[in-house]
Design a protein around this ligand. Structure first.
Ligand SMILES: [Zn+2]
Length: 583
């Protein structure tokens, strides 16, 4: 019998600790890393990784696969980008606990906030659960390519407890709060890694109402934090508009000090945030200097919208001519859109914004006419576009109006053209501000939103973008490979108490990527209609992932799923038994 299950030979090992990379072998046995260095002995399979990077599997802590993970085993697109562990249930939305008569409402909440097609969720999910622990049991039944972990989502908990009384501005009683805290404690004890909430006017359900918890008081949030404290673990995750009157850092600091648990928030540069990003970071550091443990989740590129005729939004979404054809089958829509008379008619019209909520009106205006903020997605588009790539600049050079240029662009590629509109994290017209933030230990790589915003973004590709753009190609300055890998593996894992992964050393999970770094390249995004009920999602692949390995099993080779499903549900924090494995 061979000594090992798998040996990866001669790779450039970036071990996730931040230490300098080195050339060596990795031997795997029973799903764990058994030896690193020069491995003698044989294995059932050997992979020659000469000239390639070998990194730990990526750990993505900000995803929304809550529905998809109950029916899908491949877990694309995250699994196509070297991710071997996802944490879902972020931003207060999810599907447990759930009363029978709330299924439709919870789906509407997810569709509104995260732009996941409701018809896909309705067809895909079995709803074999009511309580949060029952939901975890359902997740555990289906093996998949990656490990999944969850938060208990505030929206579902609040609706479960308040029932009919849950509506914007609803004030829970002390009993309600105690009941919510109890449900969260039960969920965390059953294995959830934390709790999440949303406090942003951008997050709305399908009917346009702000999501439950948006207006929750500090008392409610702190009481829930205490419940996790009693359970002994859990991360408190939050997305917020950072309104000054809410004093977010005040209660986050208090909760974190009192419970000893980490609190983490979406740290974005955005005009929608009352506190600018540098002020958010400064306020966080003031609390941390005072004994708190708050961690800022940063995105590595502009968070925005990829716009297409068939996407969820595009600049002509509110013109009467478009609204008249949007229910038609795509082939018929396309024939109209490519017709010059139809185009002339559409360009002569005003937007009909009468149905648009006041709070999101500024965003809609940018979508419909912010040509200086919109960019042409060329084949080699790098997500850090310069001013001369904007629609405004290209239109001027072409002697066209911005709207006509945008229209023609969407019609290119047989009606499948894309426009990029980074709404968040791109106020400066570049990503320079992220350069220093990626050196700090109180920030963590995040906000990929994997599995969500299906018709508008595909940031699940973030780990690939990080390596391709930030480490290798960025003309304005790069960051170190070892630091980048540590941030995407060990740092994200540690925040959620997953100490058994993210590092290449004996005793750790054999979650690995073999990457042809020179060849690594994001593909062109495309709209697929492959969710249940034909639901649409933006997908993006990458070249250069030679193999991805989860628990010692090869899950992907050159971007193709092998059919292996070694991943499972993570229950609670994980420790690693190093002494035993050292031999
Ligand atoms: Zn989110």
């Amino acid at each position: 019998m061979p000594a090992f299950d798998l040996i990866i030979r001669n790779g450039t090992i970036v071990d996730g600790t931040g230490d300098k990379s080195f050339t060596g072998d990795i031997a795997i046995r029973d799903g764990l890393i058994a030896q690193v260095g020069t491995v003698t002995g044989d294995a059932a399979e050997e992979i020659d990784a000469s000239g390639h990077l070998v990194t730990p599997g990526f750990v993505d802590i900000h995803t929304h696969y809550d529905g998809q993970a109950t029916w899908d085993q491949e877990m694309a697109p995250s699994s196509w980008h070297g991710v071997t562990t996802v944490v879902m249930g972020n931003c207060g939305v999810g599907f447990a606990p759930a009363r029978r008569d709330q299924h439709e409402w919870l789906i509407g909440l997810m569709e509104g906030v995260e732009d996941i097609p409701g018809t896909a969720l309705a067809e895909g999910m079995t709803w074999k659960w009511e309580s949060f622990p029952e939901y975890l049991d359902a997740l555990e039944e289906l093996p998949r390519t990656v490990d999944v972990a969850t938060h208990v989502p505030h929206g579902a908990v609040r609706a479960y407890v308040l029932g009919e009384r849950e509506r914007p501005g609803a004030v829970p009683t002390a009993d309600d709060i105690a009941r919510m805290a109890q449900i969260v404690e039960e969920g965390v004890r059953a294995g959830a890694l934390g709790f999440s909430t949303s406090r942003t006017v951008i997050h709305r359900d399908i009917d346009g109402e702000v999501v439950p918890g948006t207006t929750a008081t500090a008392e409610e949030l702190i009481e829930i934090g205490r419940a996790m404290g009693r359970a002994g673990h859990g991360v408190f995750e939050m997305a917020s508009d950072m309104k000054r009157e809410w004093d977010e850092f005040g209660w986050m600091g208090k909760m974190s000090r009192e419970t000893g648990l980490p609190v983490t928030f979406a740290a974005l540069q955005s005009i929608a945030k009352e506190m600018p990003l540098d002020e958010q970071i400064a306020a966080m550091r003031a609390e941390n200097d005072n004994g708190a443990n708050i961690v800022a989740q940063i995105a590595l590129r502009g968070n925005g919208i990829v716009m297409a005729w068939q996407g969820t939004v595009h600049p002509f979404r509110f013109r009467p001519s478009f609204q008249a054809i949007e229910a038609l089958p795509w082939e018929e829509q396309r024939a109209k859109l490519l017709d010059l008379e139809f185009k002339a008619q559409m360009l002569s019209e005003q937007n009909d914004l009468s149905q648009v909520n006041q709070d999101i009106l500024p965003l809609v205006m940018v979508v419909c006419g912010g040509w200086a903020m919109q960019y042409q997605m060329d084949p080699d588009f790098d997500y850090e576009p310069q001013p001369d790539e904007s629609i405004a600049a290209r239109a001027e050079a072409a002697g066209k109006s911005g709207e006509e240029y945008a229209y023609d662009l969407l019609c290119s590629d047989e009606g499948k053209g894309f426009i990029y509109l980074p709404i968040l994290n791109y106020a400066d017209g570049n990503l320079d501000f992220l350069e220093t933030l990626q050196q700090d230990s109180d920030t963590v790589n995040s906000l990929s939103d994997g599995g969500a915003h299906c018709g508008t973004i595909c940031d699940a590709a973030s780990p690939t973008f990080m390596l391709q753009h930030w480490v290798r190609d960025r003309a304005r300055g790069t960051i170190g490979l070892e630091n980048a890998i540590k941030r995407q593996c060990a740092d994200t894992a540690r925040l959620y108490g997953l100490e058994d992964r993210g590092i290449i050393a004996p005793g750790y999970l054999a979650d690995l990527n073999i990457i042809d770094f020179e060849r690594l390249k994001l593909g062109k995004p495309w709209l697929a209609f492959d969710l249940p009920a034909g639901g649409k999602r933006l997908l993006q692949k990458a070249d250069g992932y030679v193999a991805t390995i989860k628990n010692g099993a090869v899950t992907f080779r050159e971007g193709a799923w092998t059919g292996a499903t070694p991943g499972g549900l993570i229950r609670g924090p994980q420790r690693v038994e190093l002494a035993e494995a050292a031999e």
